[in-house]
Ligand binder design. Structure first.
Ligand code: COA
Length: 380
């Protein structure tokens, strides 16, 4: 009997290679290791742009003029603050709650305080995108302070998103070098085509659900260790190994046990992830600045061995781990930082989906049984 899904089983195993949407936001060339945002090479943007400019680019499809950049920056900064109710709510949460769970819960709750938050026309959705881009870092930083029994640091609207996040997290403003480095980290994580969390946001947007719901779902997807959660897992792995001399033995055993080496491999890149090129540089820079080179040295050794043994390269999460670690950031805050950046790509994709919507409703290839006869419970 025809089910209408014959011939589509090539779509199995994680939908690899399946084109599931048209988008002009970003593109990944996995063979050549090229990542572009709206036509601009990631290396060019990392060299010359700012995160705020990239946000404009992802949302509008072109680089901003000076006055446009100033206007957007001003609007985002005007939305750094989060409702007092959200802060009060966080104070009731268990102190050992995972920051990604807190972020997911609070982003979902932000919807209550945005009266236009259910609008899916471009103007209303853009307002929510601006609010979310301003507020997501404030939630993440506030939680890290609350769980550590510290007073939260109010956002400073004279600071960029990168500077303000580090300021709210640590209570001191970063120096110019660190601020630039972190700004580039945000640029590098901003978009990555139809990765798992972005695809998730588009599926939710396709139902015409609101922007907060879409982003909440995106955060849930990002949290997994096979996606954004890998950066935290990388640092845990480096700490578990403990020393450069132990890398060989540890890795051999881990591969024997068929463990996945976190931060290595990618569903699309078959060569160097261009984002890793920058993060390797930053990890080295932080090692030199702090005088603590073992994390970088261990990472380099793992990279070399994984290339020799498995032909696999590091991805975006591999060197961001040791970079953030030496910036004094708690391990479980690395994935929220990913979200502080990826909010730009998610919201860009949601805007794009709303703008030309079609409900996303694929088929499953049914591999179960058919024509079974129902048996009464006592007769099974
Ligand atoms: N360490 C060791 N082996 C790995 C590996 C890794 N990090 N990544 C993939 N492999 C191996 C798998 O075990 C599998 O081997 P097998 O064919 O002998 O069973 C093979 O490579 C294919 O793996 P698969 O998971 O199917 O490939 P994928 O394209 O779906 O993997 C990832 C993509 C990213 C999920 C995978 O590389 C991974 O889990 N990496 C670690 C987590 C990570 O860093 N995630 C962040 C991604 S940006």
């Amino acid at each position: 009997m025809s089910t209408g899904t014959e011939g589509t089983s090539a779509a199995a195993a994680g939908l690899r290679g399946v084109v599931a949407a048209q988008s002009s936001i970003g593109d990944v060339n996995g063979e050549q290791g090229v990542l572009i945002y709206q036509g601009y090479d990631i290396h060019d943007l990392a060299e010359h742009s700012t995160f705020e400019e990239v946000v404009f680019l992802l949302w509008n499809g072109r680089l901003p003029k000076q006055d446009e950049l100033e206007a957007l920056t001003k609007e985002i900064r005007a939305n750094y603050a989060i409702p007092a109710e959200i802060v009060a709510g966080m104070k009731y949460m268990p102190k050992d709650a995972d920051p990604m769970d807190v972020l997911r819960t609070c982003v979902s709750a932000l919807d209550f305080y945005d009266k236009d938050g259910h609008g899916t026309d471009r103007e209303a959705a853009m307002k929510s995108a601006i609010k979310l881009t301003g507020q997501i870092g404030t939630i993440a930083a506030a939680w890290d302070r609350i769980r550590n029994g510290k007073d939260i640091v109010s956002p400073d609207s004279s600071l960029s998103i990168a500077e303000n996040f580090l300021y709210m997290l640590r209570g001191t403003k970063p120096d110019a070098d660190e601020a630039r480095m972190f700004d580039v980290c945000l640029i590098l994580h901003a978009d990555h085509e139809l990765n798992a969390s972005t695809f998730t946001t588009r599926v939710v947007a396709g139902t015409l659900a609101d922007m907060y719901g879409c982003v909440t779902a995106g955060i849930a997807a990002l949290a997994g260790p096979l996606h954004g959660g890998a950066n935290t897992a990388v640092m845990k792995m480096l700490i578990e190994i403990g020393d450069v001399d132990k890398v060989d033995g540890w890795l051999e055993k881990a591969l024997e046990e068929k463990r996945k080496i976190m931060g290595i491999g990618h569903a699309v890149y078959k060569t160097e992830d261009p984002r890793a090129t920058w993060l390797r540089r930053y990890s080295k820079q932080m090692a030199e600045k702090s005088g603590e080179s073992k994390w970088f040295d261990m990472s380099q050794k793992i990279e070399k061995l994984m290339l020799e043994k498995k032909g696999m390269h590091p991805n975006v999460d591999f060197y961001s781990a040791s970079t953030y670690y030496l910036m004094g950031i708690a391990l479980d805050m690395y994935t929220p930082i990913f979200a502080v950046s990826r909010i730009s790509g998610w919201t860009g994709h949601i805007l794009e989906q709303y703008g030309n919507n079609k409900l996303i409703r694929p088929r499953a290839e049914y591999i179960g049984q058919r024509d079974l006869k129902y048996a009464a419970i006592g007769e099974r």
